[in-house]
Design a binder for this molecule. Sequence first.
Ligand SMILES: [Zn+2]
Length: 182
Amino acid sequence: MLAARGLRASFFVVGEALREHRALAERAHAEGHWIGNHTLTHPRPLGESGVEVREIEAAQAELRELAHPDRLFRPSGAGGDLAPGLLSSAAVESLTAGRFTCVLWNAVPGDWTDAGWVETALDQIAAQEWTLLVLHDVDGACADRLDEFLARVDAEIVQDFPPDCVPIARGAVTRPLDPYLR
Ligand SMILES: [Zn+2]
């Protein structure tokens, strides 16, 4: 559906799932989508897992040549909450030392749980200057209405991230992290 419209997105993949479905990720990479790290096992939320460093580093090792050069990383959250516990000081240490780029979000319309996610997403996009929209490529999530959403969205779709959603860029902390630390 993205290719049919000439669009490129980013896929943040869970390391364990990548072991089973690597061919899909390879295809996405070959078609110009950016591939990022979304932890090894998706602890919810990452910053309270106690194994953050391993989660980040083991998933990056799984990505190998698929990894974006900026070492894109999205922490696993709990239902999309940008809340304390999303990161931890150990996770931040690992991300800065490893020169990762931490990509957060500003719109999570709930595609995995609510068939009305399209209307929610359109409202979220209309309400802000630059939306970083998180959708889920898992069973029962965005696929059923993705094409309809793409037809209805009244905004330019770009692959880059709004700077406000990137608090760590190639290892440098560029935005306050306090809101995500407990
Ligand atoms: Zn997730």
